[in-house]
Design a protein around this ligand. Structure first.
Ligand code: DGI
Ligand code: FE
Ligand code: FE
Length: 404
């Protein structure tokens, strides 16, 4: 296997890292890309607002997911868990020792490449891997690269060196970026999930009140809670909910906020849901105790209320988005069904359901509930009483209005 290794402090990981990683991955036709956040020297005093090592690790994981390479990209904690500052030569030697059959390529930006001979044990590094240097700015010309490449090639005759300029790559200095973040700028230089994570944890002294986030900020924060594969679903739900709110006269801003947060705890395990319920005093019945699927609606509503300060209407829409309940409000119905028919959903009958929803909301929601119940029955999943009661109440209501 051909494996690219890209180390850095990732403080924070930004779009420059991602663009470079992606370009090298493709140009070198790598099979794997391993991102390795560096450890920090134990004696070094970090400026206020600095992320901890594990927060840098988490941000790097969020950023890595945005590459869309799935299992082909991994984030390794070996330098962070080793503690203190690591020499690249040790890291590479360790990786090569563990994976002797694989071919390693060390990714680095221009500044690192230009001073490579001054690193600790460069010959040791070159014994175990090739180096892939990329120009990060328009100014890093191939000419400059060539001189250094020739020098290294002469000094280390067996070295494998590959240089590439990545056209249009965004040049971002982490130092400047941190200063920008402090001033409330720079969010556009980060993957939304990473920016959301920074806001959520108040890193780099960003001063935001989580209870007063703008819709844009809330979107980033919401995305930072999600697994990469769920992002299109949540953005699709927002889109569908806007359309439905416009058709049926609901408050667009509120339904958008509800849609963005509706699955924000979907990533959690059952124990984590139960811990959140305990923390926020959420009552849990016997069936819910066994089902993360049922609990995610309640824990997401709890975060919406207690962490993000959302109003009752928004929280209720989130709370009832999985089961529904008797006497659902317009907002609750819209979120329930937007979740079901949003553009990325593809199941037999979805087109018919979409049509029905835009013709008559109640009839559409009822159809959705009937489908869900039938599907769960066929799979032997225990149905929550709220689900059944919600369906019965809506059925009665639609039958009554038909009879009139
Ligand atoms: O979170 P999503 O996947 O976007 O959708 P959702 O919140 O509507 O549903 C999540 C899961 O919950 C889905 O697999 C179906 C399941 N579910 C819905 N109603 C009930 C239920 N599971 C049980 N056990 N009982 C229910 O009444
Ligand atoms: Fe859900
Ligand atoms: Fe959902």
């Amino acid at each position: 296997m051909k494996i690219g290794v890209y180390g850095g402090t990732y403080n924070p990981p930004h779009l420059g890292h991602l663009a470079a990683a992606k370009a090298v991955f493709e140009l070198l036709e790598l099979d794997q890309l391993w991102l390795i956040p560096a450890g920090t020297p134990p004696h070094k005093v970090m400026p206020e607002g600095s992320p901890t090592s594990s927060q840098r690790l988490e941000m790097t994981c969020l950023a890595a997911e945005q590459l869309g390479l799935g299992e082909k990209v991994r984030v390794l904690d070996l330098e962070i868990s080793r503690g203190g500052k690591s020499f690249t030569s040790d890291t590479i030697a360790q990786l090569k020792g563990e994976h002797p059959e694989d071919e390693f390529w060390l990714l680095m930006g221009t500044d690192m490449f230009m001073t490579f001979q001054a690193w600790h044990a460069p010959e040791e590094i070159l014994k175990n891997c090739g180096i892939a240097a990329f120009g990060r700015t328009e100014g890093d010309t191939e000419e400059l690269f060539a001189i250094q490449r020739q020098f290294l090639q002469k000094t280390y005759p067996d070295a494998k060196i590959f240089t590439l300029t990545i056209p249009g790559v965004i040049d971002i200095s982490s130092t400047e970026l941190r200063e920008m973040l402090q001033k409330g700028e720079g969010g556009n230089l980060l993957a939304p999930a990473v920016y959301g994570y920074i806001l959520r944890n108040g890193l780099y002294n960003v001063k935001v009140d989580l209870k007063k986030l703008t819709l844009r900020e809330l979107r980033s924060v919401a995305i930072s809670h999600l697994k990469y594969t769920r992002i299109p679903h949540v953005l699709g739900t927002e889109e569908e909910a806007i359309r439905l709110a416009q058709s049926y006269g609901a408050e667009v801003e509120k339904i958008r906020r509800a849609a963005l947060l509706h699955d924000c705890t979907k990533r959690l395990r059952l124990e984590e849901h139960l811990a959140l319920c305990e923390k926020y005093g959420v009552e849990v019945d016997e069936l819910e105790k066994t089902s993360a699927n049922l609990l995610h609606a309640k824990t997401a509503a709890a975060l919406a209320q207690h962490v993000y300060g959302e109003c009752d209407e928004v929280c209720d829409a989130i709370r009832w988005h999985t089961t529904g309940r008797p006497g659902m409000t317009l907002m609750e119905k819209i979120l329930y069904i937007a979740d079901y028919i949003e553009p990325t959903r593809a199941f037999p009958g979805v087109e018919k359901l979409r049509k029905a929803v835009y013709q008559d909301l109640d009839a559409g929601v009822l159809m959705g509930m009937d489908n869900t119940i039938a599907l769960m029955e066929s799979r032997g999943v225990p149905i929550h009483p709220n689900t059944t009661m919600a369906r019965d109440a809506l059925r009665e209501r639609t039958e009554r209005s038909r009879g009139e």
